[in-house]
Design a binder for this molecule. Structure first.
Ligand code: PEP
Length: 253
C-alpha cells in the first residue's frame, strides 16, 4: 500500500479568543512547520474565530474547518451554523459527530450522516468521528460499536478523496490516556474494513486517531502505516505542540 497523505487536525472546541487566535498564528509563523504534498494541517477553531484566523492560517499552509454544521443551509435554527456559512469563510473541512456532540447534544448516527451529506453537498470534507466508551470496551463491544457507527454515520459511496473518519475512543479524549498502539492499529484495521464494505473503494480515504495525542506520543502513533493522521484537542491550542506533532510526519513522500 503506498503511503496516504497524513492529516494533522486540531479541534479547539469551545476555547480561544481573538487574541489567542492571533498569538497562535504568530507563533506558528515563527515555527513554520514545513509544507509538502504528503501532509496536511488543519485547525478547527470555534466559529467565532473562523473569520479572524482563516487568512493567517492559510498563509502558513494550514487549512481551516468548522466543528459542526447544521443539515440545512439556512433557516430558523437559532445558534446553529450551516455548511454554506463555513464555506463562505474559507473552511475546507468540518468535524461531524464528535463524541461531545453525540453525548451533550444527543446527536444520533442518522443525524451525523445527514450532516456529513450536507457538508459534502457544499464542498466541505466531513471528518466523521466514531469511538466507543470505556464501558463498551471493557465489555468487549468496541469493534461492534464502531462498526455500527461506521455503517450508520458514514454516507454510502463517498468518493475516497472526501472520506475522513476519526477514531476517537471516548475514554481517551481529554484524559491524558491515549489508546495503546496495538489497540489503535487493531481498530483502524476494523474501520478500514468497515469502510470498504460501506464505500466500495475506501483505499484513498483517511482514518485518523484522536484521544490525548501529544508531542510525546505523536511520533509512534503517526508512524503506524494504518493511521492517516490525528485529530488533536488540547495539544492543538499551543502552536509549539501542534507544530511538534505535525513535524513528526514528513511533508514529502
Ligand atoms: C478531541 O477532542 O477530539 C480530542 C482528541 O481531544 P484531546 O486530544 O484533548 O484528547
Amino acid at each position: 500500500m503506498s503511503r496516504r497523505i497524513k492529516l494533522i487536525a486540531g479541534n479547539w472546541k469551545m476555547n480561544g479568543s481573538r487574541a489567542v487566535g492571533a498569538a497562535f498564528i504568530d507563533r506558528l509563523g515563527a515555527l513554520r512547520p514545513a509544507a509538502g504534498p504528503m501532509r496536511r494541517m488543519l485547525i478547527c477553531p470555534p466559529a467565532t474565530l473562523i473569520s479572524s484566523m482563516s487568512d493567517g492560517l492559510k498563509a502558513l499552509g494550514v487549512m481551516i474547518g468548522g466543528q459542526d454544521c447544521h443539515v440545512q443551509a439556512s433557516g430558523a435554527f437559532t445558534g446553529d451554523i450551516s455548511g454554506p456559512m463555513l464555506r463562505d469563510f474559507g473552511c475546507d473541512y468540518v468535524i461531524v459527530g464528535h463524541s461531545e456532540r453525540r453525548a451533550v447534544h444527543g446527536e444520533t448516527d442518522q443525524l451525523v450522516q445527514a450532516k456529513a451529506l450536507a457538508a459534502l453537498e457544499i464542498g466541505l470534507i466531513p471528518i466523521i468521528c466514531v469511538g466507543e466508551t470505556l464501558a463498551e470496551r471493557e465489555a468487549g463491544q468496541a469493534e461492534s460499536i464502531v462498526r455500527a457507527q461506521i455503517a450508520q454515520s458514514v454516507p454510502d459511496r463517498i468518493a475516497p478523496a472526501n472520506l475522513v473518519v476519526a477514531y476517537e475512543p471516548i475514554w481517551a479524549i481529554g484524559t491524558g490516556r491515549a489508546a495503546t498502539l496495538d489497540d489503535i492499529a487493531a481498530m483502524h484495521h476494523t474501520i478500514r474494513d468497515a469502510l470498504t464494505v460501506k464505500s466500495g473503494d475506501a483505499e484513498g480515504g483517511l482514518v485518523l486517531y484522536g484521544g490525548s495525542v501529544k508531542p510525546g506520543n505523536a511520533a509512534e502513533i503517526l508512524a503506524l502505516d494504518i493511521v492517516d493522521g490525528a485529530l488533536i484537542g488540547g495539544a492543538s491550542l499551543a502552536a509549539e505542540d501542534f507544530a511538534a506533532i505535525a513535524n513528526t510526519v514528513s511533508a514529502n513522500a
